[in-house]
Design a protein around this ligand. Structure first.
Ligand SMILES: *[C@@H]1O[C@H](CO)[C@@H](O)[C@H](O)[C@H]1NC(C)=O
Ligand SMILES: *[C@@H]1O[C@H](CO)[C@@H](O)[C@H](O)[C@H]1NC(C)=O
Ligand SMILES: *[C@@H]1O[C@H](CO)[C@@H](O)[C@H](O)[C@H]1NC(C)=O
Ligand SMILES: *[C@@H]1O[C@H](CO)[C@@H](O)[C@H](O)[C@H]1NC(C)=O
Ligand SMILES: *[C@@H]1O[C@H](CO)[C@@H](O)[C@H](O)[C@H]1NC(C)=O
Ligand SMILES: *[C@@H]1O[C@H](CO)[C@@H](O)[C@H](O)[C@H]1NC(C)=O
Length: 539
């Protein structure tokens, strides 16, 4: 999940001005294919299910509004809220475009008023560039695009609607000093009171570096200086072509780890390689991103798309350790790969990539379907801010799941005991981290699989997940996060509702059941936080 998409970048680049927007080379139109299945008119939707998801948004918004507004996130067990995302009402800004799409005009009106009245250039805490980019700027620009599209109700005060753009530009300008590093690769954090840019550091094999995270840098179209070259011409070469590691040195632009894969830390970089191209395929820089994505996709198939011992029906994408070795583990974030491979495979007419996308989406669905609660294990080694602070590499930390390799061995001998062995034999994988933290990636890929194939089994899967969200935990606190997907009612409830529950979980679920031409994948491309932007060069 973790993710300024091109459009957002345009706002950033217009404020950063000098370096970014300048080179904008165009090439003649490249061929492409429509992504969505051709649903016959009037088919493909399921009104009662779409309505049920909409009511879930209303219920959770009302809880948030009553107990937590205008704080960032709701704490549902103690009936209060927390300012853990800089204190600007993250759930409002992250969630507004979902309410726009659902046609919840009374709620959107409250959200627009809050946004217009907020000073996004001040914060009591250190601010993180990545979350500002994907949640706040992404949410503001997407709400603006959708309201202005004419496809959704627009009874609002138009001055408030224009404030979405004004506030996005102010925020982009305020955070732009993070690009003032030796390479132009963004530093992670800033103090908005002092204006000080604060570098993250990463320690690898005992040596410390000023660093940025690949996913964080990769959520931008880095026309600035030579920054783009550091990502698209990686040095030193990754362990496998196109599968770059998670950390870059902001002083030299060198990669400092080889821990490639589709997991947190690299995820959004890979994601945007193809999404940038879908957004604007006539742009020569986006074309080089697409070429890199093809190398990544082919290398994924060849090297890290693996089936567990005696489970050929499953295909997981392994992450690599910091030295580039296969680990036979995968986190929940990497489950976005199914949808991303399906998007690119269809758009570029590459059936073998599409086929891999289906396999990965099916395998991630199994994470959910095989548990007691019907929800899947997440990943505990990445806290709310995966790119926020000092990262210690080296030790293997628990991730979502692991499996036994072709020699029936796990990467980490800790997973050799009878408990894990029994789980592996039964499910095809063992659960390293049993918590469920509202991560959206499997249901994101299921949404893509439905929209590109039209096969209603995918709709059924997302309906089962929606019901699991509702019934897995105590009725008093529906939708709380849980400690153990394999315990009745999910074990212990976690006192937190993330803003991405509004932005991602409920939007992907709703769009699975809405008319398929609502936010069509042929008209919109989503940022990594599920904020849709109007495609510049539709196919
Ligand atoms: C929320 O309420 C609980 C219980 O009253 C309290 O312990 C906690 O500190 C509160 N959280 C915040 C962020 O104020
Ligand atoms: C941010 O800068 C201000 C002004 O220099 C300082 O008072 C404050 O302690 C800093 N905040 C943090 C969290 O370091
Ligand atoms: C990190 O950057 C700061 C300046 O922003 C510099 O003083 C420091 O030496 C750098 N550290 C490393 C390990 O490169
Ligand atoms: C697993 O999938 C089957 C078939 O769709 C369904 O009947 C069953 O309820 C699902 N189990 C869980 C735990 O979601
Ligand atoms: C499986 O993992 C073990 C332990 O890391 C390793 O020694 C072995 O070579 C691996 N087998 C395969 C086929 O990759
Ligand atoms: C296997 O290890 C896990 C985690 O340390 C532990 O909870 C479990 O009880 C162990 N199983 C056996 C049979 O020792």
């Amino acid at each position: 999940m973790v993710r300024v998409i091109p459009h957002a970048l345009l706002a950033l680049s217009s404020v950063i001005g000098t370096t970014s927007a300048a080179s904008h080379a165009r090439a003649s139109s490249q061929s492409c294919n429509k992504v969505q299945y051709h649903f016959p008119a009037g088919t493909g939707k399921n009104d009662p299910r779409a309505e049920a998801v909409k009511q879930a948004y209303v219920r959770e918004w009302n809880e948030y509004y009553k107990y937590a507004f205008p704080q960032d996130d709701l704490e549902p067990l103690t009936h209060n809220g927390t300012d853990d995302l800089f204190g600007w009402g993250a759930s409002v800004v992250d969630g507004i475009d979902t309410a726009v799409v659902m046609g919840l005009t009374d709620i959107v009106e409250k959200q627009l008023k809050h946004i217009a009245a907020t000073d996004f250039t001040k914060s009591a805490t250190i601010v993180n560039f990545f979350d500002i980019n994907i949640r706040y700027i992404g949410g503001l620009l997407s709400a603006y695009d959708l309201i202005k599209s004419g496809e959704f109700p627009n009874p609002y005060d138009q001055d408030l609607v224009e404030m979405l753009l004004t506030q996005a530009t102010r925020l982009a300008k305020a955070i732009s000093p993070v690009f003032e590093t030796a390479t132009g690769l963004p530093a992670a954090t800033m103090n908005f009171t002092s204006g000080e840019v604060i570098q993250s550091t990463t320690s690898v094999h005992g040596k410390s570096y000023n660093s940025t995270n690949t996913a964080q840098a990769g959520t931008l179209i880095l026309r600035a200086q030579k920054a783009e070259e550091y990502l698209l011409k990686p040095s030193p070469a990754p362990a496998f072509p196109g599968l770059v590691g998670t950390e870059l040195d902001t002083s030299t632009g060198q990669f400092i780890t080889f821990d490639g894969g589709w997991e947190a830390g690299v995820d959004s970089f890979i994601e945007y390689l193809i999404k940038g191209y879908v957004y604007d395929r006539d742009d020569t820089y986006m074309q080089s991103m697409k070429d890199f994505w093809l190398v990544t996709a082919e290398s994924t198939q060849e090297h890290i798309a693996l089936s567990p011992y005696h489970h050929p029906e499953l295909t997981f994408l392994s992450q690599l350790d910091e030295d580039g070795n296969i680990m036979w583990t995968m986190d929940d974030y990497a489950c976005f790969a199914g949808g991303n491979l399906l998007l690119g495979g269809h758009y570029l007419d590459r059936p073998e990539i599409t086929a891999l996308g289906i396999k990965v989406a099916d395998s991630c669905h199994r994470w959910y379907n095989a548990t007691l609660t019907g929800l899947g294990p997440s990943s505990k080694d990445h806290s709310l801010y995966p790119c926020y602070s000092t990262v210690q590499h080296g030790a293997h930390q628990a991730t979502g799941i692991g499996w036994y390799n072709a020699s029936n061995q796990p990467y980490d001998p800790e997973y050799n005991n009878a408990t894990y062995r029994a789980q592996g034999a039964k499910l095809g994988y063992f659960i390293e981290d049993p918590s469920y933290r509202s991560y959206p990636e499997p249901l994101e890929s299921i949404f893509y699989a439905y929209r590109v194939t039209g096969d209603t089994r995918w709709q059924q899967y997302n309906w089962e997940i929606f019901n699991a969200l509702d019934t897995a935990r105590s009725k008093a606190v529906p939708y709380a996060e849980i400690s153990d997907v394999n315990k009745p009612y999910g074990g212990t409830l976690i006192n937190y509702v993330s803003s991405f529950y509004f932005a991602e979980v409920l939007k992907y679920l709703y769009l699975t059941f809405a008319e398929p031409d609502v936010v069509s994948l042929d008209k919109y491309v989503f940022n990594t936080e599920c904020h849709p932007f109007t495609i510049k060069t539709p196919c």
